[in-house]
Design a protein around this ligand. Structure first.
Ligand code: B12
Ligand code: SF4
Ligand code: SF4
Length: 348
């Protein structure tokens, strides 16, 4: 077995669903990315302006090959049936269980140690999942893991798109795989039609400022008034453009059990969540991706979802939030109260 094959076998043994190799050359769609940034479509995600994304050798000068990896997470349609009579929210399925930013690095460390052992001397390497200055989708496509769909996600023809990406930049030469050149979207436009805010653009990018995933996770300030109704009951992330994708019929059912839904997921009880104290929030979401939105962002989202529920049973909890909370949550709770009262009035 070649060194490349040995490394791939070990990656699969460690739980990665897909593994392939690409060169350290600049990502082919860097100009698309730069244009996207220049139009401000990244909103407040300033970390994306790190120009090392233009070339992996700016991240690791000795880089000779990049191992691209993907790990499956739960298909959102596998969530338990939600029969609650009380208003409930929806959480994107990658965030139902343990945070992948905690889980995947454990496997990356083990894989890097395996590579060092095989090569016999301290090989230079650097690994990331999500947070590094690396254009992960572009490099994963070039490594042959799948194509970039119109919804901008990397889709594998056998596994769909419920995949998280990671990479190890290596100072050793491995055999590069063939890029995935085909575009299997064809004439389909389901994701574009289904996106609640219409933020999917024709050049396989999205206007992140309008994306519900950005608004519920990355935006730390007010949610623009025109987007609040469109949020429906999404309180952390959004899966719509993947749920409608026909390629997710092939979504892998096999994922690390720590990604399984924790109690209260995937449909948290909105009235109960609105009353979470800082200690309760920190305890509940200690190892969950939800902690990224911080308590204030999460409760802001909960307030909007309660407003969208139109359920007058939520008014008392919202009034308490208006009295007790900081200005960001207060303003969204007031919006929610007005929305519920107006919906009631409109129905009379
Ligand atoms: C910023 C960011 C976001 C932003 C912006 C998303 C976006 N589409 O731009 C927000 C907060 C909205 C977001 C949302 C989500 N994200 Co996000 N996000 C990122 C991050 C950190 C950077 C992405 C980025 O640079 N965006 C800017 C655009 C312009 O770049 P891009 O999406 O990489 O697209 C490039 C390619 O598509 C390529 N390209 C364009 N046209 C074409 C045409 C062809 C033929 C080819 C081959 C390539 C190509 O060029 C583009 C620009 O260079 C990456 C991690 C990383 N380091 O890359 C995760 C990442 C993309 N996110 C991920 C996930 C899981 C999500 C969500 C599903 C979470 C959720 N359920 O809420 C949603 C999906 C929303 C969506 N439809 O994209 C995964 C995606 C895995 C996958 N299968 O694709 C990543 C890779 C994180 C990870 N390590 O797993 N995300
Ligand atoms: S994640 Fe939701 S809001 Fe964002 S592009 Fe997909 S469907 Fe649209
Ligand atoms: S829904 Fe259709 S157009 Fe969108 S990514 Fe999937 S196959 Fe492509």
């Amino acid at each position: 077995m070649s060194l490349t094959e040995e490394i791939k076998t070990e990656a699969r043994r460690l739980g990665f669903s897909l593994v392939a190799v690409t060169t350290p050359d600049p990502p082919p769609h860097w100009p698309t990315f730069e244009h996207w940034l220049s139009l401000g479509r990244h909103g407040s995600m300033d970390y994306l302006t790190d120009n090392r994304r233009a070339d992996p050798r700016l991240v690791l000068p000795e880089c000779k090959s990049i191992l691209m990896l993907a790990m499956s997470y739960p298909d959102p349609s596998s969530g338990t049936q939600n029969n609650s009579p009380r208003p409930t929210g929806r959480v994107a399925s990658y965030a139902w269980g343990r945070d992948y930013h905690l889980l995947i690095p454990e496997h990356l460390k083990n894989l890097a140690a395996f590579i060092e052992k095989q090569v016999g001397n301290g090989t230079t390497h650097r690994w990331y999942t999500d947070t590094g200055p690396i254009m992960e989708r572009d490099l994963a496509q070039r490594a042959g893991l799948g194509w970039i769909g119109k919804n901008t996600c990397l889709i594998n023809p056998k596994m769909g798109s419920y995949l998280l990406l990671a990479e190890i930049l290596l100072g050793i030469q491995l055999e590069p795989d063939t890029p995935f050149e085909a575009d299997r979207c064809g004439k389909c436009t389901r994701c574009i039609n289904a996106c609640p805010t219409g933020c999917i653009l024709p050049d396989r990018t999205i206007d992140a400022r309008l994306c519900l995933s950005y608004q519920t996770i990355e935006n730390k300030k007010e949610i623009p008034a025109n987007l609040r109704r469109l949020m429906g009951n999404w309180v952390f992330g959004c899966d719509v453009c993947q749920q409608v994708c026909p390629w997710n019929r092939f979504a892998s059912r096999d994922h690390d059990p720590s990604f399984n839904a924790q109690p209260g997921m995937p449909n948290p009880d909105l009235i109960a969540e609105l009353a979470l104290s800082p200690t309760e929030f920190n305890h509940k979401f200690k190892d969950s991706p939800v902690k990224r939105s911080k308590k204030r962002g999460y409760l802001r989202n909960i307030a909007v979802a309660l407003g969208n529920s139109g359920d007058s049973a939520a008014i008392q909890a919202l009034e308490i939030a208006v009295q007790k909370s900081e200005s960001l949550i207060r303003e969204h709770a007031l919006w929610a109260i007005n929305k519920i009262k107006k919906d009631d009035f409109d129905h009379e």
